[in-house]
Design a protein around this ligand. Structure first.
Ligand code: ASP
Length: 322
């Protein structure tokens, strides 16, 4: 159980790898590097201002987040929950790769729905770059983890505080790679000062650690499909034809615009539904929700396709436990 104590002042930094822990042979090289090379304690010691903060470090994983997996997700959620339950801990910071950071953020929010802050941060440039962004992002993340108003899973990147539900990586290369659309960014970090620009809102309860299977094979398979010119239902039908063990438990479709689908893709998805496969309709647009309608396939609301997939995985796990 999480406790909120007045004297809680320690921030725990959990390392998982990513470009923030990456190194390149040439300091001028921002792209030709190896992710996940430095330990989290090295990342912390590279930021002199953090010496004044009560910090503890733990290496939970060391990977490029393009390879993030269910076993690491489960272990990370367990470690976050264990640290948050300590009375002396004010919040947790997670260093992560940028590629799948938004999926991990949404996963942790929907599993734990923590009251204390859990801040994910990352870097677009390796630690060896001439102008690396990791140390400043880490310093800002620790400042938000200590802020009394901070709560839940947040992403701090390039001086901006984002909500787990809204944030997306929107640029492949620039150092301000993350956005929250529809004016949803929560705050800014300015020279170590946190300035909130809107309230955090009410979080839904988390599904809890108990629903997460130990074995990766026991996590439901949920695939993402895309509507586009001349799309049809053949991929969906190929998935439905798989053996029982491989058949997906759910499908997310990234529709065009407000979740629209070609006639044959929609027909195939309705066949999937009729066979017990759960379907969620998202959009391939960068912003905006898919409005729900009684005669359409279920909407994923404002969740992006990758977050709708996380949501569906957790819903399926939650239902199979109850
Ligand atoms: N591929 C890297 C990762 O996600 C990219 C990054 O961290 O910026 O781990």
């Amino acid at each position: 159980m999480e406790t909120h104590e007045a004297e809680a002042n320690q921030v725990v930094v959990l390392g998982t790898g990513g470009t923030i822990a990456g190194t390149a042979a040439d300091p001028g090289d921002n792209v030709g590097y190896q992710a996940a090379q430095l330990g989290v304690a090295q990342l912390v010691s590279a930021v002199p201002a953090l010496a004044a903060v009560s910090l503890a470090c733990e290496q939970v994983a060391q990977l490029d987040s393009k390879d993030m997996d269910f076993a690491t997700w489960r272990q990370l959620a367990i470690r976050v929950a264990a640290h948050l339950a300590r009375e002396d801990v004010a919040g947790v910071v997670i260093t992560h790769g940028t590629d799948t950071l938004e999926e991990t953020a949404y996963f942790l929010q929907r599993v734990l729905a923590p009251k204390k802050p859990v801040i994910l941060t990352a870097a677009m440039r390796p630690a060896t770059a001439l102008q690396t962004d990791g140390p400043q992002n880490l310093l800002d993340a620790v400042a938000v983890a200590q802020d009394p108003q901070a709560s839940g899973v947040l992403v701090v990147f390039a001086g901006v505080i984002h909500a787990a539900e809204q944030v997306r990586k929107a640029h492949s290369y620039r150092v301000d790679a993350f956005v929250s659309s529809d004016g949803a960014r929560l705050g800014l970090v300015e020279e170590g000062q946190v300035r909130w620009v809107q309230g955090l809102g009410q979080a839904r309860p988390g599904v809890g650690l108990e629903v997460l299977p130990t074995a990766a094979k026991d996590w439901p398979r949920v695939e993402i499909l895309l509507n586009h010119v001349a799309s049809d239902g053949r991929l969906v039908r190929a998935l439905l034809a798989q053996s029982t063990d491989d058949k997906p438990g759910g499908l997310v479709v990234a529709g065009t615009g407000n979740g629209s689908l070609s006639q044959d893709l929609e027909a195939a998805l309705r066949e999937a539904q009729a066979q017990g496969v759960r379907v969620l309709r998202s959009t391939r647009c960068d912003a905006g929700p898919v409005t729900a309608s009684a005669d359409a396939l279920p909407s994923a609301g404002a969740l992006s396709p990758v977050k709708a997939r996380v949501e569906l995985i957790l819903q399926l796990l939650n239902e199979s436990k109850s």
